[in-house]
Design a protein around this ligand. Structure first.
Ligand SMILES: Cc1cc2nc3c(=O)[nH]c(=O)nc-3n(C[C@H](O)[C@H](O)[C@H](O)COP(=O)(O)O)c2cc1C
Length: 354
C-alpha cells in the first residue's frame, strides 16, 4: 500500500507526508486576528509532522464572517498577521494553505447574503438573495484575499465550497432556487463558484496552488447530486484547480453514529472521474481507516477533530496507536464557549489543551 508517512508533492509543493490537517476554526481569534496562542497551535501541528496544514476558514470580507473566533484577510492590514502563521509553520518544516470563505446565509452580519434568500438551517436567520452586482463584488473580494494570501507567503489556497457556506449554498439545490443563469441545473448552480475559482486563479501567479473543499453529498436530491459532483470534478480540472478535498454536509451526525470514512465511496469516484488529486476528510481516526482511504486511490488523508484531540497524531499512528477522538463533536460547543481555559476537546485535562 501507499506509505502515508512518505513525502508527496502536491502541485509542486513538497509535503513531508500524506497527512492533512483539514481547515478548523480555533477558539483563539479575536477581531479577525488569530493571536499568539493560535499561531503556536499551528507551529505545534507543523512540528508534529502534519504534511499540509489548512488554516481555519478565513473570511474574505467582513460581511462573510461566520464565526466570532475566526481570522480574516479582508484588507492589506491583515497580511502581516498571516505572515506570522506562515513563518511559524515554515520554521517547523511544514506547509500551509489558507482556506478562504464567505459565510453567505450563515454569516454573522445584519443582512447576510445567499443565493435565493433561504434561511440557513445552521443559524435560523433570514438571508437576502444576491443580485449580480453582489456576486461580482464577492468574486472580487475572493480574488483580493487570494492575492493577499500569496503576499503573506501561504503555500497555496483552498476555496471553501462545502458545509453550508456561500459557495456550497450556490451548489446546493436546497439553498439555490434561482431561475436565472446561476440556478436550475447542476451546471448553472456551479457557475458562481466557478467564477470565484477563475477570479482567484487570475489574482495569483500562474501555477500557484488553488484547491477547493466540496461536499460529497447534498441536503436533498442526493442521488442526483452524485452526477453533479462528477461534473463539478471535471469542471474543476478544466479550471486549473490543483486538488479537491471531499467532505460532506453531515459529518457531525455521521461521527456521532460511530461511523468512519463516511465519504470514501464518492471521493474515490471523484478521484477516478476528475483525474485530480483528492484529499478525503471525515471520520478517519485509525491506521485501518488510513489504509482503506489510500487503498481506494485517495491521495491525501485529511483530519480535523482527531488533531484537536491530539496534535501529535501522525507520530502516534506511526507508532501503531489510534486516535482518542470519538468524533463526538463536543469540540464545537467548546469552541463557542470561549472561556474554556484552552481546552479544545473533552479528552483534554482541565486547563490544558493536551
Ligand atoms: C471545531 C471544528 C471547526 C471546524 N472548522 C472548519 C473550518 O473552518 N473550515 C472547514 O472547511 N471545515 C471546518 N470543520 C470541519 C472539518 O474540517 C472536517 O471537514 C470535519 O470535522 C470532518 O472531519 P473529521 O472527522 O476529521 O473531524 C470544522 C470542524 C470542527 C470540529
Amino acid at each position: 500500500m501507499t506509505d502515508p508517512f512518505q513525502p508527496y508533492t502536491l502541485a509542486g509543493v513538497p509535503l513531508r507526508d500524506r497527512f492533512v490537517r483539514s481547515a478548523t476554526v480555533s477558539p483563539y481569534a479575536a477581531e479577525g486576528v488569530v493571536g499568539r496562542t493560535g499561531i503556536e497551535r499551528y507551529r505545534t501541528l507543523a512540528r508534529e509532522r502534519v504534511g499540509l496544514i489548512i488554516t481555519e476558514m478565513v473570511y474574505i470580507s467582513p460581511d462573510g464572517q461566520a464565526s466570532r473566533t475566526q481570522a480574516g484577510l479582508w484588507d492589506e492590514s491583515c497580511i502581516a498577521h498571516h505572515k506570522e502563521i506562515v513563518e511559524a509553520v515554515h520554521e517547523e518544516g511544514g506547509k500551509v494553505f489558507v482556506q478562504l470563505n464567505h459565510g453567505g446565509a450563515a454569516s454573522l452580519c445584519e443582512d447576510p447574503l445567499s443565493p435565493s434568500g433561504v434561511t440557513s438551517p445552521y443559524t435560523g436567520r433570514p438571508a437576502r438573495a444576491m443580485g449580480e452586482d453582489d456576486m461580482a463584488r464577492v468574486a472580487r473580494d475572493f480574488a483580493a484575499a487570494a492575492a493577499r494570501a500569496e503576499a503573506a507567503g501561504y503555500d497555496g489556497i483552498q476555496i471553501h465550497c462545502a458545509h453550508g457556506y456561500l459557495l456550497s449554498q450556490f451548489i446546493s439545490p436546497f439553498f439555490n432556487r434561482r431561475e436565472d443563469a446561476y440556478g436550475g441545473t447542476p451546471e448553472k448552480r456551479f457557475r458562481f463558484p466557478a467564477e470565484v475559482i477563475a477570479a482567484v486563479k487570475g489574482a495569483v501567479r500562474t501555477g500557484y496552488p488553488v484547491c477547493i473543499k466540496i461536499n460529497s453529498n447534498a441536503e436533498q436530491d442526493d442521488t442526483e447530486y452524485e452526477d453533479a459532483l462528477m461534473w463539478m470534478g471535471r469542471a474543476c480540472a478544466e479550471l486549473g484547480v490543483c486538488a479537491i478535498e471531499v467532505s460532506g454536509h453531515d459529518f457531525t451526525p455521521q461521527g456521532r453514529a460511530g461511523k468512519h470514512t463516511y465519504y470514501l465511496e464518492r471521493a474515490a469516484k471523484l478521484r477516478a472521474g476528475s483525474g485530480l488529486p483528492v484529499m478525503l476528510v471525515g471520520g478517519i481516526r485509525t491506521m485501518e481507516d488510513v489504509r482503506r482511504v489510500l487503498d481506494a486511490g485517495i491521495d491525501l488523508v485529511s483530519m480535523s477533530r482527531p488533531f484537536l484531540c491530539q496534535p501529535d497524531l501522525v507520530g502516534r499512528l506511526e507508532r501503531g496507536e489510534d486516535s482518542l477522538c470519538v468524533s463526538c463533536s463536543k469540540c464545537f460547543s467548546m469552541l463557542r464557549k470561549f472561556e474554556n481555559e484552552g481546552r479544545l476537546c473533552i479528552q483534554h485535562e482541565q486547563g490544558s489543551d493536551r
